[in-house]
Structure formats: structure tokens, C-alpha cells
Design a protein around this ligand. Structure first.
Ligand code: FEO
Ligand code: CA
Ligand code: CA
Ligand code: CA
Length: 582
């Protein structure tokens, strides 16, 4: 445990205790209030939320989407801003009047499709200092699984992206399973398509997935069963449709009429977030995690350079560039080492026609296979990436990995524990502070664990984990301007066995220099906390509560009483009006 005498002055709040309560706890001196919940009206004419589940697809398409995830804030004025928020997925057990086990109707499928995507809406601060949504603002927009989008980059127009409905291979409908996010210096929002495979399936009893479909998790059986009423999602009938998903999408949040752009140059995989930095020479660098057991960490470097004096010229910087994948070197017994970025360019590193990659589009559409071909390191489920505000170090959550130590995933380097239940955070420093070069040095910021259950073993966690701050499955991370590292968890909330004493999912705050980690907030029953955004004055922090009460677990958050649980963004403030975290 970190002794009181070494308490980091960077962390200016009292720790919150682990909790199994169905509420949202913040430190003494703070308050947290709901900003917006699933189903709240956003567009003109939208009805108020009705908990019966009988509202139809048209109602949902005008309301805030479900399961809030990554979000970014775009200031308009001191007391006005636009918030762009991912709506990752939906829980059928709450979405409908039935619990989703029944046969879905055509409108049920449409309603689910409308609950997904992105919500963009204006927020304003009132005289009491509380931020609230501005219903009916001209900025308010819902982007769903049916919003028209344009494909850009090397895979645009390629045969692999052409379908019966789109002979151009450039006009895609919609985005779904939008996990985390990114924000560009030219004022656009990046939304990242993660588990897109779960929406596809097939009614054709003869269908079985090929090797490449299997690598992306595509199967005849589908969790969401959209193919039953929407043949676009039937793999036997439209095998190229899944190639049009699994990308990073760029959205202009201040222009509701703009067409979102899918950026194929950043590769197709199960994207977590997109953390962006402009390198000293002006190239735009984006770090990207692929959240699956044994998948990889990627880096994109733009071909063009950012020009702050020419905003229009920056708008297509993510259309063209070079994709790389990380190989972490390992030295036995060391939890640090060197690594390198390996280029994923057709014709290099064995990415040739003879090896199954006809051109650059094929390298990008099947980026996972390309990464394997070049010897990328299999990671413990890469989730969010965050860059310290000094620009010198990059952090990535590796959330957990039940398969580590088996299934071709050796215990090694930054993935040092077999059957990894707890997760860790790896960080790397690019050689010379230059994010465009090949080399880096890495170490582990924290190994999560349970010192009360596994004392004296690697599963107790690293020295900065104690019975007072323990957690599992770090996922969302982000830095504030002072360099505090905020950590959100999406883990086992049983509070039993290996997870005894950890309670519900939570948010912590760390000092990267001292290593100290202190619990800042705890979420309600059966939720994860994911997504964070500070107002420019940092007096309000927005945090997402996703899927409270999932799988019919007993949550009534945030309404209380017998209310249906609803995914909600919380607005956290200090009672004295001070800067959050200080
Ligand atoms: Fe949507 Fe990997 O979390
Ligand atoms: Ca996540
Ligand atoms: Ca997760
Ligand atoms: Ca989630």
C-alpha cells in the first residue's frame, strides 16, 4: 500500500470505498447528477422516455441512444458545448416490452438499429452551474445503423466492399457497436466500430464462415438477430457487407448535415478508441487498440501534415497514410523492454499476393491477418490508448485475457500472467519523443490484482495496488491537462472469489510519476463505467454509466424505486466549484 506520507499531491480528493450499492458514489465534497439517459428526447418531436418498452423505432431514432460509451466535448462558448457520444449497443432485456427472448418483429430490429450509433447534442450550463441537454438544438443529431456514410482511403471502391445495394463500394449505411472515440485538432469526432460481427448471421442452414470471417468472429449464429428482418446482415446473401464495418469513422459534430466518413487507412479490426497526436514534424499519429484476446496494438501515421493555418486542408488527413502494428520485445523476468512498429504496407514485410494479400485494400480489410503475418505481439485485449499531455508517453489498457498462456499466446513481455483475470496498463515512450519512428521502450504502469486473495503471487498485482484501491479489467483511460491518469473499469463485479473486495465497476485516478492510484467513483449494480469528457474549465467531468442492471440484475439506476435501469451520463462537480481532481 502507498503510505500516507507518500500520498501524491497531484490527487486532491479523498478515496471512495469499494461499493456494491446501486448508486454512483463520488468523493466527499463532490456531487454527481444525471445529464442524460437512454431514451431522453433529442430531436424535435421526440417523445419522452417510456419505460414500458413499447415505443417504436421512430421514437428511438429521435431519442438518446442506448449504452453510452466514449464521448468528446466540442466547446461553442463558455457555457455552451456540443457533446458527441457513442451508443455502443443495447440490452434486449430492457429495450422491448418483451425481454428479447421472443421472436423479434421487423420494428424490433429497426428499434435496436436506432438505439445504436452516435448521439450528438448541445449542452448548456444554467445559473446553478449545472450542464443540461438542449432539446431541439440545431446541433442535435442521431447517427444510427442506417445513416449514409462515405468510405475513404485505400479500401474505398474495392471489390471487397461492393454489395448488391452499393456497386460503388463507397456508400455504406450506418455504424454500430461504437465503442470508444477520438478527437482531432481540426474539430472532428472519431467513433470506433468494435464488435460489429455480432449483428451478422445467416438464415441459410448451409452457411459456415470461412477462415477470414472466423478471424473476425463472424458466424451463422447472431446475438442480435438482425438478419431475420434485414437481409443486409445475412452473411450467405451479402458476404461483403461485414467488410464495410470495423472501421474508424470521422464525424463533423458541428455540421448535422455532414456525411460521416469511414477511414479505411486506419485498418479494419475491433476498434477500441483512436488516440491522436500531431508529431513534431506535423504528421498526425493515431494509436489504436484491437480489443480481442491475442489481438494487437496499431499506429497510423498520416501522409500529409497538419497545418493549423489551413483548417480545410486538414479534413482529409486520415484518408491516407501508413499503418503499423506493435511488436514488443521481451527479456525474461523483466517487466520492461524495447519494441518496434512494423509497417503494414502491401509489398513489404511479406504482405504480398503470394501470401494472400492482393493489394493494400486487402491488407487493411484483413488487418488482423496482416499483423499476424508480420509477427505482431498478441496482447491481453488492448482497450483504450491515452497520451500523457507532455506528449512523451503513451498508455494502453490490456483489460484481461483468459487465453493467455494457451491458444498460441505465450506468457511474455507486457502480457506476463497466464489466465489473466485482472488486466494491466502498458506504457511506451517513442524513441527521441518522436511518435513517427519505429522504436520505443515499454514498461508496465500497473498490474491489477487482488492482494487480499493472492498475496505474494503475481495475481496480487503490482506494488501500487492495495486492498484499498484494487480493481480489475481497466478499460477507459484518459489524461486531464495536469497529467492525472483517469482509469475506468469494465470487469467482474461479483465482489466474490478472485474479485472479493473490488465491488462494482469503478473509476480511479493515478499519478503517472509516483504510481499512486486512488479510487474516485463507483458505479451502480452490473454496470461498467466508460467514457469521459471534461468541460474546458474542468469544473465538470462527464462519465458514462453503461448497461446498469445488465442480464436483469437488480438495478434501478438512476431513477431508483422500481424504475427500469438506464444507461446514463453523469455530470460530476465539486461542491465548492473547484477543478475536478485537484
Ligand atoms: Fe467496447 Fe473493448 O470495449
Ligand atoms: Ca471498452
Ligand atoms: Ca471492456
Ligand atoms: Ca461495453
Amino acid at each position: 500500500a502507498v503510505a500516507a506520507a507518500t500520498r501524491s499531491p497531484l490527487l486532491g480528493f479523498e478515496a471512495v470505498a469499494a461499493s456494491t450499492a446501486d448508486g454512483f458514489a463520488v468523493p466527499a465534497g463532490y456531487v454527481a447528477r444525471p445529464l442524460i439517459s437512454w431514451g431522453d428526447p433529442l430531436l424535435p418531436g421526440a417523445p419522452a422516455f417510456n419505460p414500458s418498452g413499447t415505443q417504436d423505432a421512430a421514437a428511438q431514432a429521435a431519442q438518446f441512444g442506448d449504452n453510452t460509451d466514449g464521448m468528446s466535448l466540442f466547446p461553442l462558448a463558455e457555457d455552451r458545448a456540443v457533446l458527441a457520444v457513442n451508443n455502443e449497443y443495447t440490452n434486449y432485456e430492457y429495450l422491448y416490452a418483451h425481454q428479447g427472448e421472443a421472436e423479434l418483429s421487423a420494428d424490433d430490429v429497426k428499434k435496436a438499429q436506432a438505439a445504436h450509433g452516435v448521439s450528438v447534442f448541445e449542452i448548456a450550463r444554467n445559473r446553478q452551474g449545472d450542464w443540461q441537454p438542449v432539446a431541439g438544438s440545431r446541433y442535435n443529431r442521431r447517427i444510427t445503423a442506417y445513416t449514409p456514410m462515405e468510405v475513404t482511403g485505400p479500401a474505398a471502391g474495392h471489390a471487397l466492399l461492393k454489395t448488391a445495394a452499393d456497386a460503388s463500394g463507397r456508400k455504406v449505411l450506418g455504424t454500430f457497436n461504437n465503442c470508444a472515440n477520438g478527437r482531432t485538432p481540426w474539430g472532428t469526432y472519431l467513433t470506433c466500430e468494435e464488435n460489429f460481427h455480432g449483428y451478422f448471421g445467416s438464415a441459410d442452414a448451409q452457411f459456415s464462415p470461412d477462415r477470414r470471417q472466423k478471424r473476425y468472429g463472424l458466424a451463422a449464429k447472431s446475438d442480435y438477430r438482425w438478419f431475420g428482418h434485414d437481409e443486409r446482415f445475412d452473411l450467405a446473401r451479402h458476404p461483403n457487407e461485414p467488410h464495410r464495418h470495423g472501421w474508424v469513422v470521422e464525424i463533423d459534430p458541428l455540421d448535422p448535415a455532414s456525411t460521416p466518413r469511414k477511414r479505411t487507412a486506419l485498418g479494419r479490426f475491433k476498434h477500441e478508441n483512436a488516440e491522436l497526436i500531431v508529431a513534431a514534424d506535423g504528421h498526425v499519429v493515431v494509436y489504436l487498440g484491437d480489443d480481442e484476446r491475442g489481438e494487437h496494438i496499431y499506429r497510423f501515421v498520416s501522409k500529409g501534415r497538419y497545418d493549423p493555418a489551413n483548417p480545410a486542408a486538414n479534413r482529409e488527413l486520415l484518408a491516407e497514410g501508413t499503418l503499423y502494428v506493435a511488436r514488443f520485445g521481451a527479456e525474461p523476468g523483466e517487466l520492461k523492454g524495447r519494441g518496434e512498429w512494423i509497417e503494414l504496407t502491401h509489398g513489404k514485410n511479406g504482405l504480398t499476393a503470394a501470401n494472400g494479400f492482393a493489394d493494400q485494400a486487402e491488407v487493411l480489410v484483413f488487418a488482423r491477418e496482416a499483423a499476424t503475418r508480420v509477427g505482431a505481439t498478441t496482447m491481453d485485449r488492448p482497450e483504450w490508448v491515452a497520451i500523457h499531455p507532455d506528449g512523451r508517453s503513451v498508455y494502453c489498457t490490456l483489460t484481461n485475457n483468459s487465453k493467455r498462456g494457451s491458444d498460441g499466446q505465450p506468457v511474455s513481455g507486457p502480457n506476463p500472467r497466464a489466465a489473466n483475470k485482472y488486466g494491466q496498463i502498458v506504457r511506451w515512450r517513442p524513441a527521441g519523443g518522436d511518435h513517427t519512428v519505429a522504436g520505443f521502450e515499454w514498461d508496465l504502469f500497473v498490474l491489477a490484482g487482488n492482494p487480499a486473495v493472492h498475496g505474494g503471487t503475481p495475481y496480487a498485482g503490482s506494488a501500487n495496488v492495495s486492498a484499498d484501491n484494487m480493481f480489475n479489467s481497466p478499460d477507459g483511460i484518459g489524461f486531464d491537462a495536469d497529467g492525472r491518469l483517469w482509469i475506468q473499469t469494465d470487469g467482474d463485479y461479483s465482489n466474490a472469489g478472485d474479485f472479493a473486495g473490488m465491488g462494482n465497476n469503478q473509476m480511479l485516478c493515478a499519478d503517472p510519476a509516483s504510481g499512486e492510484i486512488r479510487r474516485f467513483a463507483t458505479g451502480p449494480v452490473a454496470c461498467e463505467l466508460t467514457g469521459m469528457a471534461f468541460t474546458p474549465d474542468r469544473r465538470t467531468l462527464f462519465v458514462g454509466v453503461q448497461h446498469p442492471g445488465e442480464d436483469l440484475k437488480p438495478s434501478h439506476f438512476p431513477g431508483g424505486g422500481s424504475a427500469k435501469p438506464r444507461s446514463t451520463i453523469m455530470a460530476i462537480r465539486r461542491i465548492d466549484g473547484g477543478v475536478v481532481g485537484t
